[in-house]
Ligand binder design. Structure first.
Ligand SMILES: Nc1nc2c(ncn2[C@@H]2O[C@H](COP(=O)(O)OP(=O)(O)OP(=O)(O)O)[C@@H](O)[C@H]2O)c(=O)[nH]1
Ligand SMILES: [Mg+2]
Length: 324
C-alpha cells in the first residue's frame, strides 16, 4: 500500500524530550542495559576482528550475536539481511559504521509498532496486567511517582484482591508516595474496587488512575471474565475517560515473557507494554521482540526496584543504548 521507504525521522511526540535527559534518562537506561550493551559490543568487535571485509561468515556471527540478545530470530535475520544488502564486496570492515547501521535498523523496527498516546490532562484509567511476580505493583508505584511529579492527581486501585499482602503492598506504596489508594478486603470483587476507585476519582478530582490486578488466576476463562467485568465497569462508570491496558513483562524471562504476552493478548485488549527488570541480567533485545513479534509498543522500562527506576521508552535512544 505504502511504497515510500520508511523514514527514521521521529514523529514529534517521539523526540527525545530535554526534560528526560535532565532527569538522568541516559544514565538510568545505560545502567539498565549495561550488561547487554557491553556484551553485544564486545561480541560484535570480536566477530569482525581480523577480518578485511564483511564476509558471509562475519554476517553469520552477527546473526548469532543478535539472536542471543533476545531480539528474536526473525528480527535478527532481517537485520543481517539488511547488512548483507548494504555491503559491497571487498568493502573494508568498519565496525562503527556497522553498529550505526544496526542502530538505525533496530530503531526502525521499534518504531513499527503503533504507539497509543495518552493526551492531555483528562482522566485516564490504566489497567495494569501481567502474570504473577513480573513487577506490576512496583511499576504502578513508579508510574504514580512519575505522574505525581508531573503535577497529576494520582489514585491507585487495589484490584488485586487475591492476597491481603497485595493490597497492603499497594497501600504501603501509596503512603510512601502520598497518593490515595482505594481498597476493599481480601477476596473482594476486583470490579467493585474499580467502581469505588472511579467514584473516588470523580469526587477528589483525580486524573490518573492506576489499577493493580492479580497475577494469579488459575485459568484463562477466569482471567478473561475478570478483566471483561472490570472493562464493563470502566466503560459504564468512566465513559469518555481515556483508558489503556498496560501489560507488564519481566525482561529477564525472554521467550517466556513473549508467550505470556500472547496469552494476555488472547483474552484481553492490550495496548502497550512496560518492560520491567531491564536492569541486571535482562537482555535488552526483548524490546525489539515485543515490537516485532507482538506488534505492541513498549512505553516504559523498569530499571530497578525504586520508585524512580522507570524510564520512558524512546526507540532511537534505546537502540543506541543497546548497540551504539
Ligand atoms: N531489579 C528489578 N526488580 C524489580 C523491578 N520491578 C519489580 N521488581 C521486583 O520484582 C519483585 C516483584 O514485584 P511486584 O511489583 O510485587 O510484582 P507483581 O507483578 O505485582 O507480583 P504479584 O502481585 O505477586 O503478581 C519485587 O521484589 C520487586 O522489587 C525492576 O524493574 N527491576
Ligand atoms: Mg502485585
Amino acid at each position: 500500500m505504502d511504497s515510500q521507504p520508511p523514514s527514521i525521522e521521529l514523529a514529534p511526540e517521539l523526540e527525545f524530550p530535554a526534560e528526560e535527559r535532565e532527569k538522568g534518562f541516559w544514565k538510568k537506561l545505560k545502567r539498565g542495559l549495561r550488561m547487554t550493551h557491553t556484551e553485544m559490543i564486545e561480541k560484535i568487535s570480536a566477530a569482525v576482528e581480523g577480518r578485511k571485509t564483511v564476509d558471509e561468515e562475519t554476517l553469520e556471527f552477527l546473526e548469532e550475536i543478535l539472536i542471543s540478545s533476545d531480539i528474536g530470530v526473525e528480527a535478527a535475520l532481517e537485520l543481517v539481511d539488511t547488512l548483507r544488502r548494504d555491503t559491497r564486496p571487498q568493502e573494508a570492515v568498519d565496525v562503527l559504521k556497522l553498529r550505526e547501521r544496526l542502530v538505525d535498523e533496530v530503531a526502525l523496527m521499534l518504531l513499527d509498532a503503533p504507539r497509543p498516546v495518552v493526551a492531555g490532562d483528562g482522566p485516564t484509567v490504566t489497567l495494569v496486567v501481567g502474570v504473577n511476580g513480573v513487577g506490576k505493583t512496583t511499576s504502578i508505584a513508579k508510574l504514580a511517582f512519575r505522574e505525581r511529579e508531573r503535577g497529576a492527581k494520582v489514585l491507585l486501585a487495589a484490584a488485586d484482591t487475591f492476597r491481603a499482602a497485595a493490597i497492603e503492598q499497594l497501600q504501603k506504596w501509596g503512603g510512601r508516595l502520598g497518593v490515595d489508594v482505594v481498597a476493599q478486603g481480601q477476596g473482594a470483587d476486583p470490579a467493585a474496587v474499580v467502581f469505588d476507585a472511579i467514584q473516588a476519582a470523580r469526587a477528589r478530582g483525580s486524573n490518573r488512575i492506576f489499577v493493580d490486578t492479580a497475577g494469579r488466576l488459575h485459568n484463562k476463562d477466569n482471567l478473561m471474565n475478570e478483566l471483561a467485568k472490570i472493562d464493563r465497569v470502566i466503560e459504564r462508570e468512566a465513559a469518555g475517560w481515556q483508558r489503556r491496558t498496560l501489560l507488564v513483562l519481566d525482561a529477564t524471562t525472554g521467550q517466556n515473557a513473549l508467550s505470556q504476552a500472547q496469552g494476555f493478548a488472547d483474552v484481553a485488549r492490550v495496548d502497550a507494554v512496560l518492560l520491567a527488570k531491564l536492569d541486571g541480567t535482562a537482555k535488552g533485545g526483548m524490546a525489539v521482540a515485543v515490537a516485532r513479534e507482538l506488534r505492541l509498543p513498549v512505553l516504559y522500562l523498569g530499571v530497578g526496584e525504586g520508585m524512580e527506576d522507570l524510564v520512558e521508552f524512546h526507540p532511537r535512544e534505546f537502540a543506541s543504548a543497546l548497540l551504539g
